[in-house]
Structure formats: structure tokens, C-alpha cells
Design a protein around this ligand. Structure first.
Ligand SMILES: Nc1ncnc2c1ncn2[C@@H]1O[C@H](COP(=O)(O)OP(=O)(O)OP(=O)(O)O)[C@@H](O)[C@H]1O
Ligand SMILES: [Mg+2]
Length: 397
């Protein structure tokens, strides 16, 4: 049984110049509760379509008509609407128009004299595919909006993650700068002290030479430390550069660059960093992003080690070559993660650091960077007294 419900309340524009046929067919269509707008030639059809094409669901048309024929009308209608279903009613002797109509994307042809069951079946088929197409368009629109929303969310998270990292950076800069600043302070204090206490006998040549040596040694020291401060700032600035540059490098480089930024901070928390950097393979990476990931993991390890007040706190970074890539293991002996949390630590906003206002996006962003931007893998395993974060990156991506 054909289900005619789909035809209920649709509006058909029907062009036919044989008025008896027009009347008969439209009465039958009315029985299916179809609204029919009848016109007697292509020109009329076109003007009705132009004025109310949003209301019309389907076009049923004869070919041979005065003023403008069916094909002429369809050509004009297709310029306005590429998708509206069109059914042509045709007599055998008119089949020469068929080639012409192929390009016009006709839904069906119904031969005259019209078999009403065939017409009904063609109408159902045409309307079904129209409904399906419209549903598909709606679904696609929804999907596009969803994708756009996700992309926006992702961008917000990236910014949040950078801000969080920036907060950490300020801490790290403070640690990094403490020692050179103290040394500059000591050197300038020494200079001032020697000057004020008149330690040098400026009457003699030896005295003046001694003073000059002392001053130039201390000024060299100050210059050295100032250089050191500048380098630190450059290292941090590099990290915050947003330009994505793909580099071919050994994994050792981003690891050492990360340590330049974070090591002083770790040392001041009595955390030993042990390096087993064995990997030699060259890989293609966005270096800053990988630095970001390593910092996230090291900061998490530092948080855990400090929270648990672990004696002999250590972080071990091991790299090794795989056949087609490299693996980094970052292990800390901070006690690891509760088993039930192991699977969810990479989800956005999961954080057990409420008192520290943890955002819970550090590991989420790390996963995006490794798995989406580098097609690699990142996972965590509880082992012995702590946890190991493993990252796999491939040579070719
Ligand atoms: N080395 C680790 N040892 C134990 N638990 C860890 C370790 N690293 C991460 N976690 C757990 O994973 C959670 C999520 O980490 P993530 O870096 O995503 O966010 P966060 O550190 O809580 O917040 P933020 O990074 O904004 O400070 C942490 O709250 C913590 O519970
Ligand atoms: Mg974190």
C-alpha cells in the first residue's frame, strides 16, 4: 500500500492547456488533499511561481502549451530554484524533448493519458526525496553550527590554557631571575663598598690598576648576569609566540628548551630532574606546542610532589626511538592517580586542585596538541611509586 499521507496539504503548481484534463486531474489531486494551483500555459505558470514560489512544493506540467511551453517554463524556474521537484506529463509523440529535459533535473515523466496511480506514485516519490533533502539540509546546518560552536569552545580553551601557562611562567621567571638578580646586587654592593671605604690607594699606579681590575671584573660579572636575564626573557618570549612553525628536529631540543624555562622552579622545590635522552630520530613538530605539553606535565608532577611532600622527589624524562617515531616517558614519584580517575584526567575541566584553582584543561590541551595537531598518542599509566605520562610522535605526519 502506498502511503499518501505525505501528499496531504502540499501545494502543486499544475500547468496544462487542455482544460478538461486539467480539471479532471486537479479534482483527483484534491481527493488526496493536495492544494492545486492551475495555470494554462508556461508564461502564467512562471509568473505564479515567481510571485509565490515559497508556497509551492512541486510542479506538474505539460510540454506543449501556447505562449511558453513546459520546457521553457522549467528552464526559467530552474534559474530561481534548483531543487523543486518537477513532474512532466507527456504524450508519446512528444518524447523528443526528453534529451532536452535531462539537464533540467526532472523527478518523473508520466505518460498521457494519465494513469492516476502512476501519477500518485511519482508524486509520493518526488515529495519524499524533497522532504529527505530538506531534512538533510537541516541536519547539515545543525552540524555546521555544532562544529562552529566546538571550534569556538576550543579557541577559548586554548586561550585559557595559555593564560594559565602565563601565570605559571611568571612564577618560573621569578625563580629564574632570583639568582642573577642576587648576583648583580652583590656585585654592585661590592663596587659601592670598595668605593666608599676607599680600599684602593689611588695615589699609586698599582692602586689605580688594582681598582681598575676590580671594577672591570665586577662589571663583567654584571654584564654576564644581565645577558642571562635577557636570554631568559627570550626563552619565555619564544614560548608565547603564536606563529605555528613546523620544524624538523630531535625531541631533545624541545625538552631542553622546556627545562631552560622550568628547571630552576623545580630545583627550588627540591625536585631532581633525571634525563635519559636516547632518541636520535628527527621528527616534524610544532616545537612551541610540544614545549607547552611538556611544561603541563612537569607542572602537574611538581604540584603532586609538593602536595605530597615527597622526599627524594624526582622526575625522570626518558626518550627512545621507535621504528617510525619517538617515545617520551615522563615519570614522577608523586604517588600517581586514583585508578578511577586515570581515564578522565584528559577530559576538559577535570581537576583535583580546587584549592589551587586548577582549570583542568592542561592535560586536555596536551591531548589536543599531541593527538589532533601531531597525530600522535598521549596516555598515562600508574607505575611503582608514581605515574608515567607517555607521548608518541611519528617522524612523518
Ligand atoms: N603527575 C600527576 N600525578 C597525579 N595526578 C595528576 C598528575 N598529573 C595530572 N594529574 C591529575 O590530573 C588532573 C588534570 O590535570 P590538568 O593539568 O588537566 O589540570 P590541573 O592541573 O588540575 O589544572 P591546571 O593545569 O589548570 O593547573 C589534575 O587535577 C590531577 O588530579
Ligand atoms: Mg595542570
Amino acid at each position: 500500500m502506498i502511503d499518501t499521507k505525505i501528499l496531504k496539504n502540499i501545494t502543486v503548481l499544475y500547468a496544462e492547456d487542455e482544460l478538461i484534463l486539467q480539471e479532471g486531474i486537479s479534482e483527483t489531486l484534491n481527493l488526496f488533499e493536495i492544494n492545486v494551483i492551475c495555470v494554462k500555459n508556461g508564461q502564467e505558470g512562471l509568473s505564479v511561481f515567481k510571485s509565490s514560489h515559497k508556497k509551492i512544493d512541486l510542479i506538474l506540467t505539460d510540454i506543449k502549451m501556447p505562449k511558453l511551453d513546459g520546457i521553457g517554463m522549467i528552464e526559467k524556474i530552474r534559474e530561481i530554484d534548483k531543487n523543486i521537484p518537477i513532474i512532466i506529463t507527456t504524450a508519446h509523440q512528444e518524447t523528443n524533448f526528453l534529451m532536452q529535459s535531462i539537464e533540467l533535473d526532472i523527478s518523473a515523466y508520466v505518460l498521457k493519458p494519465i494513469d492516476i496511480y502512476k501519477l500518485e506514485a511519482s508524486l509520493i516519490k518526488a515529495i519524499e526525496s524533497k522532504v529527505l533533502r530538506e531534512e538533510l539540509i537541516q541536519k547539515n546546518k545543525k552540524l555546521e553550527i555544532e562544529i562552529q560552536k566546538n571550534e569556538e569552545k576550543q579557541k577559548i580553551m586554548e586561550t585559557q590554557s595559555r593564560f594559565a601557562a602565563m601565570g605559571e611562567m611568571i612564577n618560573m621567571i621569578a625563580h629564574q631571575w632570583r639568582q642573577p638578580l642576587a648576583s648583580i646586587g652583590t656585585a654592585s654592593y661590592n663596587l659601592k663598598y670598595k668605593l666608599l671605604s676607599e680600599k684602593f690607594d689611588l695615589e699609586t699606579k698599582e692602586g689605580r690598576a688594582e681598582q681598575s681590575n676590580f671594577f672591570s671584573k665586577k662589571l663583567d660579572e654584571i654584564e654576564f648576569y644581565v645577558q642571562n636575564l635577557t636570554t631568559t626573557i627570550d626563552d619565555f618570549r619564544n614560548f608565547f609566540k603564536t606563529d605555528k612553525v613546523f620544524v624538523n628536529t630531535r625531541i631533545e631540543n624541545p625538552i631542553r628548551n622546556t627545562l631552560k624555562i622550568i628547571q630552576k622552579d623545580l630545583e627550588s622545590n627540591n625536585i631532581d630532574v633525571i634525563l635519559n635522552l636516547r632518541s636520535q630520530n628527527q621528527i616534524n613538530i610544532y616545537e612551541n606546542e610540544i614545549v607547552h605539553v611538556i611544561i603541563n606535565i612537569l607542572k602537574n608532577a611538581q604540584d603532586k610532589l609538593s602536595e605530597k611532600k615527597i622526599e627524594n622527589a624526582k622526575i625522570e624524562i626518558t626518550t627512545l626511538d621507535l621504528e617510525d617515531g619517538i617515545k617520551i616517558d615522563i615519570y614522577d614519584n608523586g604517588g600517581g592517580i586514583e585508578k578511577e580517575n586515570l581515564d578522565i584526567i584528559f577530559e576538559p575541566y577535570f581537576s583535583t586542585k580546587k584549592e589551587k584553582n586548577g582549570t583542568g584543561i592542561g592535560l586536555y590541551m596536551s591531548k589536543i596538541i599531541v593527538e589532533k595537531n601531531h597525530q600522535g598518542k598521549i596516555y598515562a599509566t600508574n607505575i611503582s611509586e608514581g605515574i608515567c605520562f607517555s607521548i608518541i610522535l611519528y617522524c612523518m605526519i
